[in-house]
Design a protein around this ligand. Structure first.
Ligand code: AMP
Length: 305
C-alpha cells in the first residue's frame, strides 16, 4: 500500500529519508481524478527517479469564481490504484488549510506575457494560481525532476519559464498527450460529458489532425489553418469555441506564417456541454529549404516533375 501523507512536515520527512538512502526524487503534481495520462507521467518519472512523489491537490486559487472547483471530481480510492500502477513511492494529499493556512497568500508568482493570453485571457488569475502552487510544491518536496503533460501546453511553458527565471534547482520534463481511441485527449473533465457530448468531443482532436495535415500538404498561412480549425469545430453543433489559435510554440505570440525557424502550435479551448476542454498540436516543422523552394516555384507549379 502506498503511503498517503497530508502534512508538509510528513512529506518532507519522507523525502529526507529517501535522500538519506541516496535516492533521486521526482514529483508529479496532479489534481487527482487520475487517468491513463497521469499514469504515463508517473511512469516517466519513475523511469528517471528512484523515489516518486505524486501530489494530489485540487488547488482553489487556480479556479475562477464561476468555475468548477466545487464539483471537480475527487476520487481518492481510485487514484490510489492508478498511483500504484505507475510506480508511486508516496502520495502527498494536503488539505487546503495545509497549503493556505491563513486562507490566502501575500506572495504570488506571475509570469507576464505567457500567462495573460489564450487560457490566461479566458481564465484571469489561473496561471498565477498554477505557478504559485507549483512553486510551493517544488519548495515543499524539493525534487530533482518534475513532470508535466504537454496536454496543458501553455501551463508547461509557464512552469518552464518560472523555473528558468527563478533558477529553481529542478529539471522540468514534458510528457506527450495521452488520448482515447477516437483521439480525445484524456482529461479529468471528460467525466462531465454525457454519451452524446463524449462523441462530439472528438471534434477537437479531429480539427487538430486536419490542421496538421494541411500544413503537411503545404499550407503556410496561419489564418487559413485557423479557419480549418474553426470550421471543423463549428460543424459540431454541441461544440462552442472559446479560442482556436495558431501561435509560436515558444512564446505563444501570434504568427502570420508557419515556417522559418519558429515552431508553430495549434491551441484549442472548446465548450462541449458542461465541460470546457483544451487540446493542442505542434504543427509540422517547415524547413527553410522547403520555404525557399516554394517561393521559387512559379504560380503554375513546377514543370518537368
Ligand atoms: P491535472 O490533474 O489535470 O492538473 O493534471 C496533472 C498533470 O497531468 C498535468 O501536468 C497535466 O498536463 C497532465 N495531464 C493531464 N491530462 C493528460 C494527458 N491526457 N496526457 C498527458 N498528460 C496529461
Amino acid at each position: 500500500m502506498i503511503p498517503v501523507v497530508a502534512t508538509i512536515e510528513e512529506i518532507r520527512q519522507s523525502v529526507r529519508n529517501a535522500r538519506s538512502n541516496g535516492r533521486t526524487v521526482g514529483l508529479v503534481p496532479t489534481m487527482g481524478a487520475l487517468h491513463e495520462g497521469h499514469v504515463r507521467l508517473i511512469r516517466a518519472c519513475r523511469e528517471a527517479a528512484d523515489f516518486v512523489v505524486v501530489s494530489i491537490f485540487v488547488n482553489p486559487t487556480q479556479f475562477g469564481p464561476h468555475e468548477d472547483y466545487s464539483r471537480y471530481p475527487r476520487t481518492l480510492d481510485d487514484d490510489l490504484r492508478r498511483c500504484s500502477e505507475g510506480g508511486t513511492s508516496v502520495i502527498f494529499a494536503p488539505t487546503v488549510e495545509a497549503m493556505y493556512p491563513t486562507g490566502s497568500l501575500s506572495t504570488y508568482v506571475e509570469v507576464p506575457g505567457l500567462s495573460d493570453i489564450l487560457e490566461g485571457a479566458s481564465r484571469p488569475g489561473h496561471f498565477r494560481g498554477v505557478a504559485t502552487v507549483v512553486l510551493k510544491l517544488l519548495n515543499i518536496v524539493g525534487p530533482d525532476l518534475a513532470y508535466f503533460g504537454e496536454k496543458d501546453f501553455q501551463q508547461l511553458l509557464v512552469i518552464r519559464r518560472m523555473a528558468a527565471d527563478l533558477d529553481l534547482p529542478v529539471v522540468i520534463r514534458g510528457v506527450p498527450t495521452v488520448r482515447e481511441a477516437d483521439g480525445l485527449a484524456m482529461s479529468s473533465r471528460n467525466r462531465y460529458l454525457g454519451p452524446e457530448e463524449r462523441k462530439a468531443a472528438a471534434v477537437l482532436s479531429g480539427a487538430l489532425r486536419e490542421a496538421v495535415a494541411a500544413v503537411s500538404a503545404g499550407e503556410r498561412s496561419t489564418g487559413r489553418v485557423r479557419q480549418i480549425l474553426r470550421s471543423r469545430i463549428e460543424s459540431e453543433y454541441r461544440a462552442r469555441i472559446d479560442y482556436a489559435e495558431v501561435a509560436d510554440a515558444t512564446t505563444l505570440q501570434p504568427l502570420d506564417e508557419v515556417g522559418g525557424n519558429r515552431r508553430a502550435v495549434a491551441l484549442l479551448a472548446v465548450r462541449v456541454g458542461p465541460a470546457r476542454l483544451i487540446d493542442n498540436a505542434l504543427l509540422p516543422e517547415v524547413s527553410d529549404a522547403d520555404q525557399v523552394a516554394e517561393k521559387q516555384t512559379p504560380p503554375g507549379g513546377r514543370h518537368g516533375e
